[in-house]
Design a protein around this ligand. Sequence first.
Ligand SMILES: NC(=O)c1ccc[n+]([C@@H]2O[C@H](COP(=O)([O-])OP(=O)(O)OC[C@H]3O[C@@H](n4cnc5c(N)ncnc54)[C@H](OP(=O)(O)O)[C@@H]3O)[C@@H](O)[C@H]2O)c1
Length: 441
Amino acid sequence: MSDLLDAVRAGAPAADLLDTELPTSYKAAYVRVDEVGIFEGETDKDVRKSVHVGDVEMPELAPDECVVAVMAAAINFNTVWTAVFEPLPTFHFLYRYGQSGPHAARHNLPWHQLGSDGSGVVVRTGSAVRKWKVGDKVVISPAYFDAEDPDTYEDGVKAATQKAWGFETNFGSLGEYCLVKASQLMPKAAHLSWEEAASNTLCAATAYRMLVGQHGGQMKQGDVVLVWGGTGGLGSYAVQLVKNGGGIPVAVVSSEEKAELVRGQGVEHVINRSALNLGDQGLAHPKAGRIMGEEIRRMAGEDPQIVFEYLGKETFETSVYVAKTGGKIVTCGSSTGFQHSYDNRRLWMRVKSIVGSHGFNYKEAWETNRLFQRGMLQPTLSTVFPLEQTAEATRAVQTNQHIGKVGVLCGATAEHQGIDDPALREKIGEDRIMLYRQKQP
Ligand SMILES: NC(=O)c1ccc[n+]([C@@H]2O[C@H](COP(=O)([O-])OP(=O)(O)OC[C@H]3O[C@@H](n4cnc5c(N)ncnc54)[C@H](OP(=O)(O)O)[C@@H]3O)[C@@H](O)[C@H]2O)c1
């Protein structure tokens, strides 16, 4: 444990933080290049074998970067992908990025510090940083842009140089310290604890782009939106965004407990996919589309204008089937398999479109963060682990044992630290902010 971390925990002023030495190493969660291949031939690729916690070296700071003392972080599905070395080992990303310049070369290491969401305190700023200063309380956006790539300025997501920080770069959030570009920082919502603030950005801003942003579904008032995994990382924010924008969410979940939880978020229409008449085949049932479609119409009175998709192989055919004529299937992932098949007649004859979406641009991240700051979006944090148990936390997400988001305490010594605006918290309501935490599985 470093003196600097202690100073941050004690709320020391910026001058004291600057006077306290930056440690040369710190504790972090990482995977190792010499373990790529350990899962070959295994059906259960248990991430507890590949995720380690131990000391790593503090990287050198580039002019446009900051070192953040991480108070809390969160697990995302990309942490699972990294830990199982699929679809390809992330060391390939680090190697490729490392070729692009002297500062990028720091990322190409035999270990990969995980984590794409976090909250904390800025402890060092590079010489070119203007907006942020030591002592600022921040959340970190994982959208990592190259300011010298002109494509970044129209829409960063469309720039070939865009990366997911902590997945395609090193020095992510799952550690006592992390390294960010200054353009990744956003002000922390003052009414949230460190772990609540840490858990939102990646999934919430991705859902924002998919539903609200001009590049995604562009949802209108009254649109029916089918949300797969309504209590999952993406889904738990998607249902909130649909409701905020005057849409009608239809959430799909796999149990009655989850159905009750999503109803607690004010969602009227909830389909428990386990209770549908699909037999053992589940969504592979040849009539899954028709059965789901009838259920959606029975509940919401019409077909969905937008289907919020990220599951891929097992759900995609149903998603294309149930979308309304002229509707959109907005997809950002393929958890159940990357190769999808679907009946293309359903797409072209009903003039539906498939919209690919990935992450979010700088502006979309800020717009999403603003909604948290104003209490218009609530965290969906359900479980919190200490940094030492990052492997267990990742396993919970890998095996779908979790709901909402899974948090990790890094520098914070306990939950509920870091709340600076209790009055706003009280106004929004503890029961709304803590809904998922109270219902942890
Ligand atoms: N491209 C991007 O920018 C981006 C950003 C974020 C996430 N993603 C991707 O999106 C995916 C989901 O991420 P997440 O954080 O939301 O994951 P998550 O927290 O694990 O949520 C996934 C949800 O999917 C549902 N589900 C699981 N298996 C299912 C199946 N066979 N059929 C139907 N529903 C199923 C589960 O709900 P029930 O079991 O209750 O139905 C679960 O709540 C991942 O593949 C991730 O890599 C992409």
